[in-house]
Design a binder for this molecule. Structure first.
Ligand SMILES: [Zn+2]
Length: 154
């Protein structure tokens, strides 16, 4: 197998129409699970582009929005829960996670970085901007990521 050919899987720019302008700052590969499978709802992409746009405007320079995790299969979720625990057992992984494929690719875990200085946008700032465009945002995870989803659209 040609590994370089394989490495290009999901290397596809995702085009969104955002408030009358076309934006394409994300690639499908950013949303894949461990097996390379991806699912992205168009409304999720639009919300992410709006978050990116607002962060860039606030910073006055390029800010990277970095997807840490997106769609999950049931197996992905079980693996994560084995490490971090289910919420009903005191952990942080919900059994009814909005990351599950059955919800259509409406959830992401993300961080943001100022491109020039390579420093992180504070978790609370990213959370605040995400709340403008997502239905549910959780921004108190200890590793500094923010969870955002569109559960209100279901
Ligand atoms: Zn999450």
């Amino acid at each position: 197998m040609d590994q370089r050919f394989l490495a290009r899987r999901n290397d596809i720019r995702l085009l969104a129409s955002v408030d009358g302008e076309e934006a394409a700052h994300f690639r499908l590969r950013e949303f894949v699970n461990a097996d390379g499978l991806a699912m992205v709802h168009p409304e999720l992409l639009i919300a992410l582009e709006r978050v990116r746009r607002d962060l860039n405007a606030m910073a006055g320079e390029t800010v990277w929005v970095i997807i840490k995790d997106a769609v999950r299969t049931n197996a992905d979720l079980a693996k994560l829960a084995a490490r971090l625990g289910w919420t009903d057992e005191g952990g942080v992984v919900s059994r009814d996670s909005m990351h599950l494929a059955k919800y259509g690719g409406i959830a992401v875990d993300l961080i943001a970085m100022i491109a020039s200085g390579k420093h992180r946008v504070p978790q609370s700032t990213l959370g605040e901007v995400c709340r403008r465009y997502f239905d549910y945002v959780k921004d108190d995870y200890r590793d500094g990521h923010v969870h955002a989803d569109l559960r209100g659209h279901l």
